[in-house]
Design a protein around this ligand. Structure first.
Ligand SMILES: [Zn+2]
Length: 257
């Protein structure tokens, strides 16, 4: 059966595409059985939050072979660069400094391929927003169309278009807040709506109106010269996140008994 590919909009045989690429989940899986924790958070009422055990990352019929191939180039780049697969880590830290009385560590990165990494980020944002099953958060038609055309034409847009703040969330200096995924949730920052996705210790925060942000906020986004500021954060400084994670782990502990 053929359907319309969501990216090229041609009538094609569609594949079951990942919303988030499989490598982003890899550290999440318990070995036996193979599964991970998916936590659904209700920001207004934390008691309504739920926890699900998933066997595999969410997939949907989205893309044709050709478009799947297009996106997979950028996924491969991200896997090698920030997930350090195949020892192909191409980006590097120029400087690390503590800010706000040691609450945050600011990592100045350089060496990113702007095009490759930005298109990876755009492709995640777009897939989350068009997905039927992954989240109930939907993008406006105009936003979706801008993202679709940019990805299809392999145009990474400007650094302050759909800017993404990337944070590494840890329990302590050594330990990544890994082994679980939070459902995407919306926040507001500097008059921009932000969609947040925490997966295996990496928090991706995409700004819908990033063009209008003050310059200080834009400073964290990936730049055309391949630099990016990545924030390291200890989870205990964020009450909302901490509560969410503790819920996950209570659940996790109860499974072992
Ligand atoms: Zn296609």
């Amino acid at each position: 059966m053929t359907q319309i590919c969501k990216l090229c909009e041609l009538q094609r045989q569609l594949r079951r595409s990942h919303i988030l690429p499989e490598f982003m989940y890899q550290n999440l899986y318990d070995e036996n059985p193979r599964r991970f924790h998916s936590l659904n958070v209700d920001l207004d009422d934390i008691s309504k939050s739920s926890n699900k055990i998933e066997q595999k990352g969410i997939r949907e019929f989205l893309l044709c072979d050709q478009c799947e191939g297009l996106i997979s180039k950028y996924e491969k780049y991200a896997a090698e660069t920030i997930y350090a697969k195949n020892n192909g880590n191409k980006a590097y830290i120029v400087n690390a400094s503590k800010t706000d009385k040691g609450q945050y560590t600011l990592y100045d990165y350089a060496g990113f391929s702007y095009k490759d990494f930005k298109l990876f980020l755009l492709s995640i944002l777009w897939r989350m927003l068009i997905s039927e099953k992954f989240t109930e958060i939907k993008g406006e038609e105009e936003i979706l169309e801008r993202l679709r055309v940019a990805i299809l034409n392999e145009d990474p847009l400007l650094y302050d278009d759909f800017g993404c703040l990337l944070q590494v969330i840890r329990y302590n200096e050594q330990q990544l807040a890994s082994k679980f995924i939070l459902s995407p949730y919306l926040t507001k920052d500097a008059d921009s709506l932000v969609i947040n996705q925490l997966v295996d210790g990496f928090m991706y925060s995409f700004y819908f109106n990033s063009k209008q942000l003050p310059i200080g906020k834009k400073d964290f986004f990936l730049k055309e010269d391949g630099t990016m500021k990545i924030v390291g954060r200890i989870i205990f400084n964020d009450p909302f996140l901490l509560e969410s994670v503790m819920k996950t782990y209570q659940y996790y502990d109860s499974l072992k008994k």
